[in-house]
Design a protein around this ligand. Structure first.
Ligand code: A4P
Ligand code: MG
Length: 199
């Protein structure tokens, strides 16, 4: 998948990603819109109500439009912590925010829904979790901001709703969402000796 430069990038027409990352100054500057995907998860409280509220709050963010909402699914908890089952889903958004601005806004939605990170253990239960799965075809590895989400390829609970929304969404360096999901279903190849091996 590639980013979707729908806005009018003015003098930055030549390089939409660079234009998008540049701070906006003055009213005449536009940033192109980028398609991003956000994973949603909850396993405490009224999970569905919290996720629906999160989708609504994401849709109310300035410069963010929700353009797709996946179905929600019950999933077995992933990771080393014993905890209740999750409800997971994902949304597609079109945004003029930079990746950092978008993640900060998502973390703020988590806080507004009562998530208190200081009380949590890693991969432990949570009222709401918003993960930035993809931001166009951008790859970022910065303090506090990794895109694509670094564990996306190993998480069925994130890949399934992503592939439902956009099976052809390209995860840079890994293939499409649908291919990654299929790879999770494919058992690893036997690594025993080949039939024609010389003993
Ligand atoms: N951060 C950096 N990049 C990103 C990004 N692309 N998206 C930073 C979101 N956050 C990003 O996040 C901690 C910090 O990561 C953030 O402050 C942000 O600056 P976090 O959500 O507390 O999670 P984590 O400890 O980084 O781990 P991770 O891998 O995001 O785990 P989760 O998703 O939080 O783990 N099982 C099922 N079935 N379904 C689930 O939803 N969730 C978890 C929680 C465990 N098991 C699960 C599920
Ligand atoms: Mg997370």
């Amino acid at each position: 998948m590639s980013s979707h430069p729908i806005g009018v990038p003015c003098e930055d027409r030549g390089n939409p990603i660079k234009a998008m990352l540049r701070p906006r100054r003055g009213r005449a500057r536009y940033r192109p819109l980028v398609r991003a995907y956000v994973g949603l998860g909850a396993n405490l409280g009224d999970r569905e109500a919290t996720i629906r509220r999160a989708v609504a709050l994401v849709g109310e963010l300035a410069d963010v439009a929700v353009v797709g909402v996946s179905s929600l699914r019950e999933t077995e908890p992933w990771g080393p912590v014993e905890q209740p089952r999750y409800l997971n889903g994902a949304v597609a958004v079109e945004t003029g925010l930079s990746p950092r601005e978008l993640l900060d806004a998502l973390l703020d939605v988590e806080r507004r829904l009562g998530r208190a990170r200081d009380d949590e253990e890693r991969w432990g239960p949570r009222t709401i979790d918003l993960d930035l799965l993809l931001y166009g075809d951008l790859v970022l590895d910065e303090p506090g901001l990794d895109v694509p989400h670094p564990r996306l390829h190993e998480r069925r609970f994130a890949l399934e709703p992503l592939a439902e929304l956009a099976p052809d969404a390209l995860v840079p360096g890994r293939g499409t969402a649908a291919e990654m999901l299929r790879a999770l279903d494919t058992p690893p190849q036997e690594t025993g000796p080949r039939a024609d091996a010389v003993h």
